[in-house]
Design a protein around this ligand. Structure first.
Ligand code: ZN
Length: 336
């Protein structure tokens, strides 16, 4: 993808790199509406930055006068995943299949009101997204956050009103083309945030970076080096695998207990959702796989130990035992 996909309606793009990931092959068929639970849009958006404690994000931020692009629509943002096993989402794969729209409040608790202009901007955006993706503009496909997981979000927003308004915009305007803007993702592909809050470049050749539960993103490691840790009961929530910083170099899938196998490219896993990876499959993308190189890898699971070395899309890790991967080693080996 040459750039990030946003609605033509955006008034600006927030240049900061926010949490996002692969949609894992899911088609976009839902729009989920949120309120910021703050009257300060910057406070809201700053919680979505890569490396932040919350691990959340959204595609758009709406104010009375702005529609701000935050995470490109082609990526999943983390806005409606629930808070764990006690709060299972009411629809499958909510983040992977939806576009999340956050709206700034005009008042705080307990009413958490929204300015009528914010509602109007939100409805215009909903109409545009529905048109572009062919999503029916109705209450089955446009949902409040609390219709997906247990939450007080979207506060004082009347989702029925947003949908009603959006339907009038649907009727009165033609389909728009999306706006493609220079990608923040390419920055993300070669730079990932470390614990000290600074971006570092992916190394030349193979780069592997682990996101450890409770610890965040760790240092990049290279071919054959250990990403993660063993014997510390700290599991991996996500792993980034790059070649010369290219996030599209390695594809495959991860197995997550509550979700099964999820296809991935570049970024394997999620952050901020407390989902541990039980098993992983890695293979080189077409342009790197010219029959000359194997991608070889193994994983460490607590009380199971190291898996065998496997290669080129084979499964590493044992599923069904609620044992997350604690560490991974990946290497590229030239075939003789
Ligand atoms: Zn929400």
């Amino acid at each position: 993808m040459a750039g990030e996909v946003f609605s033509n309606l955006i008034t600006s793009v927030n240049p900061k790199v926010m949490n996002s990931g692969s949609r894992g092959g899911c088609k976009i068929d839902r729009i989920i509406l949120h309120h910021n639970a703050t009257t300060n849009k910057d406070v809201a958006m700053n919680t979505w930055l890569v490396g932040g404690a919350a691990g959340t994000s959204a595609h758009y931020e709406i104010t009375p006068t702005e529609i701000i692009g935050c995470v490109g629509e082609q990526y999943a943002a983390w806005h409606a995943g629930g808070t764990g096993p006690a709060d299972p989402p009411k629809i499958s794969n909510p983040n992977y299949r939806s576009i999340g729209i956050e709206n700034v409040n005009s008042t705080g608790a307990p009413s958490w009101s929204l300015d009528p202009r914010t509602i109007t901007n939100c409805a215009r955006l909903v109409a545009d997204i529905c048109k572009r993706y062919g999503i029916p503009c109705d209450r089955q496909h446009v949902l409040g956050h609390n219709e997906v997981t247990a939450t007080a979000c979207p506060g004082g927003m009347n989702v029925n009103e947003v949908v009603r308004l959006a339907q009038t915009y649907m009727a009165n305007s033609g389909a728009s083309n999306p706006k493609i803007v220079k990608s923040k993702y390419s920055q993300y592909s070669t730079a990932s945030i470390q614990d000290n809050g600074k971006y570092t470049k992916a190394p030349a050749g193979l780069g592997v970076q682990a996101h450890m539960s409770g610890k965040g993103w760790r240092k990049w490691v290279g071919s054959g080096e250990l990403a993660g840790s063993t014997g510390k009961s700290t599991t991996l929530e996500a792993v980034i695998v790059t070649i010369n910083g290219d996030l599209k170099a390695v594809e495959g899938a991860i197995h997550v207990a509550s979700k099964g196998w999820i296809s991935c490219a570049g970024t394997f896993g999620t952050t901020g959702q407390k989902l541990q990876i039980e098993a992983i499959k890695l293979k080189l993308a077409k342009k790197y796989d010219q029959g000359k190189t194997d991608i070889v890898y193994r994983v460490h699971q607590s009380s199971i130990g190291w898996s065998a070395w496997v290669k080129n899309g084979q499964q590493a890790g044992i599923t069904g035992k609620t044992k997350g991967i604690e560490a991974i080693q990946v290497k590229l080996i030239d075939r003789k």
